[in-house]
Design a protein around this ligand. Structure first.
Ligand code: SAH
Length: 466
């Protein structure tokens, strides 16, 4: 099986330092199941590609009782896809051959190890059980752009149909260590198989290599299930540990807690006022193509759809359940085709770079930032202001000073149990000013809801323009 990894970061040959493999010297390694060869088909300052060729020895596997067993009988033990398809053997090879890069260490280029690099990876044959859609669900939320071509079973016999293998190219701007850990976990997940028996230490491996990205991956459950070969107790154990690390289950959060916030805010139907202010701000920008990021149950989408000005409307949320509710609220399936064409839903997280969000006129992020861990705000800023960078961005968040005015809200409590923070006006303005300066946006603030002389209005809104 063949994998290549290309860097176009100047100087591209620094890839050799990160991987601790000299571009001028082909090397071979003996592994328990075969051999791995590392060589560089190209190595210039502009572009450097390393190839990892893994040879799996099926006969050796049978002797060591590590090959596929059972179903296909004796023949399948000798004749199978393992030598050709990327699988858990590749993960083992990555860990063996590129171990220090996988753990993020670099003696010669420590600062480069933490730097996002323009990288692309190709696989000659990547098994994707679940098809291209599953492949996209795995990598798109992590910020990859994907091109995939399904391979025929046999090029000479087209009527045999298609195989479940894809020729794939993945591109992203990421630190090398992150890319390698994504591959280490997700290649066996796509294959939905492992060449060895999984036990407790596999949970530890998953959590270690999934650190910093798996807990908030929208498909973490599917990933965990497949990675741990569907062994219930291991899966439960891993998911519990992930839940501790992550934003709590976004679906549960959306459903259970939204009601609380609504009760607290109902007295002045703040919801509607906020919606009105956001809609007005978006209309003012003259935008035609708009994003509603963290769209929740779709109230803003509904309002946007009524305005002809908006010709392309995207609702994005990390919660599947919220998207389902939005879908139903808008009677999406029954919308006339002209309306339907204007609206699309995306499942994704705002803390991962996502090419699908690029190139829009405006984005609304309504009552979402306070749901993000403060530590993740920096990632969110880059995703939105640097990568997606719509011309206009409208962000709202509660003004915590106003909380004293809610009779039903105990002192010191947030309006919503999932809020990670609630900011005073000064705090929000400091943050927004910093962001505007760092990413080159102009900025104005708008108060939303009844304004109190001392504590201001319940919702604060910032309108950024590039
Ligand atoms: N904008 C909607 C919903 C606000 S509630 C409204 O004003 O009614 C916050 C929403 O943000 C929830 O639907 C939640 O699922 C979503 N959310 C939380 N973290 C997110 C993330 N990292 N990426 C995308 N959406 C997120």
């Amino acid at each position: 099986m063949l994998m290549t990894l290309t860097s176009t970061h100047e100087a591209a040959t620094d890839l050799g330092f990160l991987l601790r493999k000299n571009p001028a010297r082909p090397q071979s390694f003996t592994l328990s199941f075969g051999k791995a060869h590392v060589f560089y088909p190209e190595a210039t300052l502009e572009r450097c590609t390393v190839a990892l060729l893994v040879e799996v020895d099926p006969v050796g596997l049978v002797r060591n009782r590590r090959g596929p067993s059972g179903e296909g009988g004796a023949l399948e033990q000798y004749v199978n896809d393992r030598p050709y398809a990327a699988s858990s053997f590749l993960s083992v090879a990555l860990a063996d051959v590129f171990g220090s890069a996988l753990s993020g260490k670099s003696k010669e280029r420590p600062e480069l190890a933490d730097t996002p690099l323009p990288l692309s990876v190709t696989f000659s044959a990547l098994p994707c059980r679940g098809g291209e859609e599953f492949l996209r669900k795995m990598f798109e939320p992590l910020g990859y752009t994907i091109s995939a071509r399904r391979l025929p079973l046999d090029e000479k016999f087209s009527d045999w149909g298609e195989s479940s293998y894809f020729q794939v190219e993945l591109k992203a701007r990421l630190p090398l260590q992150q890319l390698l850990s994504h591959l280490y976990v997700l290649v066996p997940v796509l294959d939905n198989d492992k060449h060895y028996w999984v036990s407790d230490d596999e949970v530890e491996k998953l959590l270690r290599h999934g650190e910093g990205w798996l807990a908030s991956h929208p498909e973490r459950e599917a990933i965990t299930r497949r990675y741990l070969k569907h062994q219930r107790s291991l899966v439960d154990d891993a998911l519990t540990q992930l839940a501790d690390e992550a934003e709590p289950n976004p679906d549960a959060v959306a459903e259970v807690h939204a009601a609380e916030e609504e009760t607290i805010e109902r007295s002045i139907s703040l919801n509607e006022q906020r919606l009105g202010s956001v809609l007005a701000a978006l209309k003012n920008t003259g935008a035609a193509r708009v994003l509603d990021l963290g769209c929740g149950e779709g109230k803003l989408l509904q309002a946007l759809l009524k305005e002809r000005q908006f010709t392309e409307i995207i609702g994005m949320d990390v919660s599947h359940r919220a998207l389902e509710i939005a879908h139903d609220r808008l009677h999406y399936d029954r919308l006339p085709p002209v309306q339907k064409e204007r609206l699309r839903f995306l499942h994704g997280s705002l803390i991962y770079r996502d090419q699908r969000l690029a190139g829009f006129d405006a984005a609304a992020v309504v009552e979402v930032i306070e749901h993000l861990d403060a530590a993740r705000l920096a990632a969110f800023e880059r995703v939105l202001f640097e990568c997606a960078k719509p011309k206009h961005i409208v962000i709202t968040t509660p003004n915590s000073e106003y909380n004293v005015k809610w009779e039903t809200l105990p002192a010191g409590k947030f309006r919503h149990r999932d809020h990670r923070f609630e900011w005073t006006r000064a705090e929000f303005q400091t943050w927004a000013n910093g962001v505007a300066t760092r990413f080159g946006y102009n900025l104005r603030f708008v108060s939303v809801g009844p304004e109190d002389l001392a504590v201001g209005s319940p919702t604060q809104m910032a309108v950024f323009t590039r």
